[in-house]
Design a protein around this ligand. Structure first.
Ligand SMILES: Nc1ncnc2c1ncn2[C@@H]1O[C@H](COP(=O)(O)OP(=O)(O)OP(=O)(O)O)[C@@H](O)[C@H]1O
Ligand SMILES: [Mg+2]
Length: 226
């Protein structure tokens, strides 16, 4: 099912001194149940595109539709709370909360009772392949790969089925990177998530269903892996 459609999307950063055309007429679509990667040189517009997909900002021109509705017309706060979550390179885990508390947090924020939130958080932590011993650990006691998995579990805890990741494996070694992308791939294929991951790593890109290659703000190539 088509979840997101970008049609001639442009984005311009306007600063005091200049205008930067970060996205130029990007047209593409994303289906649920699939994992996509966005690759391209530094400055090619990957993060900008991801932040538009996350509803953090609106296109300067062109349209972005979520389940057929223009993102300009939907409640973007709701979209971000309930449908789309983002995992960043610097995982942004709360340092003073344990793994369990970090994952439970988005649920309690939405009013889920603490006990129930904790139970669900436990399930999610299991789902991302971590053992129970991690539950009581604080981020600084975890490896990069473990923190990354907790960050993914927390993104899942928000309940949405669109998972956007900006270089989620940036701090990890290649082996761990491929592990994480396989986990994300499983989520897409088994649980019908739409996963979009920005990456510099070719090995990671080849694990995904579709590679979108960007250059100077334009989408120059779409490659299907099979
Ligand atoms: N806040 C901003 N203000 C002005 N220009 C910006 C801003 N953020 C990004 N840009 C510019 O927009 C263009 C696209 O940036 P973007 O961050 O999307 O690239 P990227 O592909 O994610 O790069 P990287 O691989 O280095 O993360 C670049 O030319 C960048 O300098
Ligand atoms: Mg970037």
């Amino acid at each position: 099912m088509e979840m997101i459609r970008a049609e001639q999307v442009r984005y311009v950063y306007k600063t005091k001194y200049q205008k930067v055309e970060a996205l130029r007429d990007v047209t593409c679509s994303f289906e649920t149940g699939k994992i996509y990667s966005i690759v391209g040189e530094s400055g090619s517009g990957k993060s900008t595109f991801l932040s538009l997909l996350a509803g953090l900002d609106l296109p300067t021109a062109g349209s972005l539709c979520i389940e057929g509705r223009d993102i300009r017309t939907i409640n973007r706060d709701k979209y971000r709370m309930e449908q789309a979550s983002v995992v960043y390179q610097a995982f942004h885990l709360f340092p003073l909360l344990t793994a369990l508390e970090n994952v439970a947090f988005p649920m309690t924020l939405k009013g889920v009772p603490v006990k129930k939130a904790r139970e669900q958080a436990k399930q999610l932590i299991k789902k991302v392949g971590l053992e129970d011993k991690i539950l009581k650990q604080y981020p600084q006691m975890m490896s990069g790969g473990e923190q990354q998995r907790v960050a993914i579990a927390r993104a899942m805890a928000s309940g949405g089925t669109i998972l956007l990741a900006d270089e989620p494996t940036g701090n990890l070694d290649t082996k761990n990177e491929v592990h994480i992308v396989k986990l994300l791939k499983d989520l897409a294929h088994r649980e019908n998530y739409l996963v979009i991951v920005v990456t510099h790593n070719r090995k990671v890109a080849y694990e995904t269903d579709m590679i979108l290659c960007m250059q100077d703000g334009a989408l120059i190539e779409v490659q299907e892996n099979g």
